[in-house]
Design a protein around this ligand. Structure first.
Ligand code: PLP
Length: 389
């Protein structure tokens, strides 16, 4: 068998590798505390399960869905954008259903890049951007978005010859893995940059509903000119603990949304109609669900951040996402060795920062998608093993 050059150029997906490490550790008999992958441990809300049990009984839901999503779902998305962000999107032109946002993100590189075109990607950033730029034949260019610049990329520092070849800029706020949110000034600057250089902004808003102390993350479409230059990826995976269901949506610039739709109609056949139907009531009245969930995440965040700070770290508390991004201890050699050593000694699984790009080296990411007792236990194990910053 001769594989394509494309497949030989792509590394295995980060979490596939981590799953192997986890399986080895379990084999050795370790009691693993999994703070690795960002997959909510909380169940999908009952309201959605109840609506699904009805929707699945309706035979008309068993057939192929419309490619762009049912009109009822797209209208619900439009109401969601208006209620939550005060942004109007036309359900017929500016909304597209996605089989989870990772699907839309992956296909966007095929829709917007030609062979050799540059994709500007945050480093550290969600690994799917880099790999999918490669799969599409594009050239990923890492834009530093590190602590030094407040986790915002310095767009002016990108060399002009790179900018000239760039077709798209991926942004992700609130950020996975850093938990950072962007300032309003940065959103405005990114829009000016995109206009000036004819670059499409792909905004990944996977964590729009995971936030604390009422600090609600913003959509780039709220800003003047945003819809001229941006497509935004939303998902119900993190919002309603539905990672296994696969439902998300793209909204924003009509040309961009429809171009992505054109790729998709040739690649997939949409989301199970029963799922699209089942989420609508929760999308229309999400506040109680989201507030209760965020109270849980906030308590967990405080256990980890206070716990690590008690061990010599000096972390501030992120205002959004269920991630804590922390430097590896001063005595550790690098991210990979630290996380393997941590797993061997304590059974605590975290993700090495370099998995999110070269500039994530020296950091690790903790996902607080485990119950509070397990988080207390993790801090306790760090204390017992004298693992300090
Ligand atoms: C989880 C995640 C996604 C993808 O979620 P889906 O389940 O595919 O909707 C996209 N972007 C980021 C940054 C994520 O963390």
């Amino acid at each position: 068998m001769k594989l394509s050059q494309r497949i030989q150029s792509i590394p295995p997906y980060l979490f596939a590798t981590i799953d192997e490490k986890k399986a080895e550790a379990i084999q050795k008999g370790l009691d693993i505390i999994d703070l690795g992958i960002g997959d909510p441990d909380l169940p999908t809300p009952d309201q959605i399960i109840d609506a699904m049990t009805l929707a699945i009984r309706n035979p008309s839901n068993h057939q192929y869905p419309p490619y762009q999503g049912t009109l009822a779902f797209r209208e619900a998305v439009s109401r969601w954008m208006l209620r939550r962000f005060n942004v109007s999107v036309d359900p017929k032109q500016e909304v597209l259903s996605l089989i989870g946002s990772k699907e839309g993100i992956a296909h966007s590189f095929l829709a917007f890049l030609d062979e050799g075109d540059v994709a500007l990607l945050p480093d550290p950033g969600y690994p799917a951007y880099h790999v999918n730029a490669l799969i599409a034949g594009g050239v990923p260019y890492s834009v530093p978005a590190t602590e030094a610049t407040g986790y915002e990329p310095d767009l002016d520092a990108i060399p002009l010859d790179v900018v000239a070849k760039a077709k798209l800029l991926f942004l992700n706020y609130p950020s996975n893995p850093t938990g950072a949110v962007a300032s309003d000034a940065f959103f405005e600057k990114a829009i000016r940059f995109a206009k000036q250089h004819h670059i499409l902004i792909c905004m990944d808003l996977a964590y729009s509903e995971v936030y604390f102390e009422g600090r609600r993350p913003r959509s780039i479409l709220e800003f003047p000119g945003g819809k001229d230059v941006a497509i935004e990826f939303h998902t119900l995976s993190k919002t309603f603990n539905m990672t296994g269901w696969r439902i998300g949506m793209a909204v924003g610039n009509a040309t961009a949304v429809q171009s992505l739709g054109k790729i998709k109609t040739n690649m997939d056949s949409g989301i199970f109609k029963a799922i699209q139907e089942a989420v609508i009531p929760a999308m229309d009245q999400p506040d109680a669900i989201i507030d209760a969930q965020n109270a849980i995440y906030q308590a967990r965040r405080d256990i980890i951040v206070d716990g690590l700070n008690g061990l010599g770290w000096s972390l501030s508390k992120p205002s959004a996402t269920f991630y804590i991004w922390a430097p590896i201890p001063r005595w550790a050699t690098n991210s990979a060795e630290f996380t393997i050593d941590l797993l061997d000694k304590t059974g605590i699984l975290v993700v090495p920062g370099n998995g999110y790009g070269a500039l994530g080296e020296g950091y690790f990411r903790i996902s607080i998608t485990s119950p509070t007792e397990r988080l207390h236990e993790a801090i306790h194990r760090l204390q017992t093993h004298q693992i300090r910053y």
